[in-house]
Write a protein that binds this ligand. Sequence first.
Ligand code: IVH
Length: 685
Amino acid sequence: MTFDDTRTRAEQLRKVLEYHNYRYYVLDDPEINDAAYDALMNELRALEAEFPELQTPDSPTQRVGAPPLEAFDKVEHARPMLSLANAFDIGEVRHWYERVCRLVGHDQIEWGVEPKIDGLAVAITYVNGRLVLGATRGNGVVGEDITPNIRTVRQVPLEIPVRAPRRAQEDLPPFLTDLPTPARLEVRGEVYMRLADFERLNREQAEAGEKTFANPRNAAAGSLRLLDSRITAQRPLSFFAYGIGILDDNVEIQTQWEVLGYLGGLGFPINPDARHFTNFEEALAYAETWMSRRDELDYEVDGAVFKVNSLALQEKLGYAGREPRWALAFKFPASEAITTLKDIKVNVGRTGVLNPNAILEPVPIGGVIVSNATLHNEDYIKERDLRIGDRVVVKRSGDVIPKVLRSLPEFRDGDELIWEMPGHCPACGEPVVRLEGEAAAYCTNSACPAQLIREVEHFVSRGAMDIEGLGSKLAERFVTEGLIRDVADLYTLEQARLEEMDGLGHKSAQNLLAAIEASKDRGLTRVLTALGIRHVGSTVAELLAGQYPSMDALMSTGEGELRRIKGIGPQIAESLTDWFSHEPNRRVIEKLRAAGVNLTSRRVAPQGPAALAGLTFVLTGTLPSLTRDEAKALIEAAGGRVTGSVSNNTDYVVAGDSPGSKLDKARRLNIRVIDEAGLRELLGE
Ligand code: IVH
């Protein structure tokens, strides 16, 4: 190969790697596997090592970060990065709308609405398609040069346009295709951290004894402003582009909506929930829906941004100080609040784990009164130095149990109490142990009534044996009044004895027994799920029931053989064999069998091995006879794929009762919607 050939190959590799990077990180739809990607990357690395002059700073090999800086250089923004005026209620939003109409002289205005992402604003400059500068907002006029750090963010293209077939995103402006390379482009957008990434990062930081972050925004900001970009490269940062600072190119862009279409077309990630409206009331209604739906997003939003769509009108409206008159942030109520930690109570979990819980002075957060919060474990409390009587910051996100984030020691008056994990189980009084290397403390008594109550609650739950009418209160009474000593005893309950129980009438006793009877035929998957064996949830149970025709077959399988099953790791295999080796557990199985509980798997053989090969399904709502996991297993067994969200790649949406927003989305995208019967038909049943 001549040097020219090598240079051409290096250029080609860069483009190809950027293409696959885009498919993986932006479209979430990789075309090649990791090994193939690594092979391409290694080839480029080898070329660059041999010919260092070929190594450009914006090469995909540089996504791993560069040697640390002493300090960041300052950069003056070519155009100031503005902030946004805030509105805190609908009245203020309308007020803004009216003023805009007045200034414009009419109300025939189009509106853009976008989620306000809680991250940090950046400006990224491309010259002749190459990323040359990344800057923070700073004070709006002068920011910091964080170019090496920005280059590590996988969703930020290093070279534009990314020549990839773009999957148009639902409801977004059609992405422009075959765009020329702009001579100069400054993109503006938000670097943020997804919730799942944030949780994982914090867990890893804690395990490594490093500092944890208070929220995803701080984690994103802290990660992006590290002098050592090699550490930034390890941090899971994401990016959404929402605006243009400078554009030297002769493309015609007249609206914010087209800005998004243009940026999407170049290869930037665009928020899929951005919309535009000709009617302000509709824009307002859309923004409002996000107030309650913000929990559906896998990143934090602190509001919705309204933008006048026309760029000409934007110019006409101009600025008031550092805030544009053409945009407004409609801030959502905070998801955090300050309250008093009144007490810490310990609950005993199903496996005997002691869970400390915060009893809080009730406080409204995001429209809900919060009076309890999780404290995870002893270390969580110690690390945060949470004391009883402290003022604490509580956060609620989504349906998850609220969390106590930190205490506010500046409010202490000296009466606060330091909490200790009790040495004895609050339910049975037996000693508590904490195993070396584990964060959790356990009650050592396997006959602890609190554990049995949790076991029963789990056994009867919907994804397990699904025994309707048996709630926590009854479970507790059955245990404390001595009616049951293990979960199998549920099948020995008698009408007369139930009727003797205070408050349980003839009819409800009868219904309960019928529900218990009906649960006998749920089959192996559900029984395995219901037993609550560590690491054996419904997915693993499904997998096992797909491999073994009966409980007996499973019980006689050695740990080594279990480990060889794809999807069963050493942890699960050990946990299973360990569980089956305990005499009381084996007794439960025998009692279930004697009671007539079906311990065999209902394996349904699909028509031909791959009736659904290559098809992608999304499940929503409750199906009449299949659980979600069962439906998933059937589809997968027939060669299909099940994903969590509807996109243009979805072939079928299987909808049951009370389907969620996925069904609406399927309809909008014109995707085939079928019911359980339809699915069975596809499966050839
Ligand atoms: S537009 C002049 N759009 O909010 C308009 N900003 O409070 C400037 N932000 O610094 C910004 N999501 O960091 C815009 N979809 C969005 C946004 C957004 C988050 C942030 C941005 C800005 C801050 C202003």
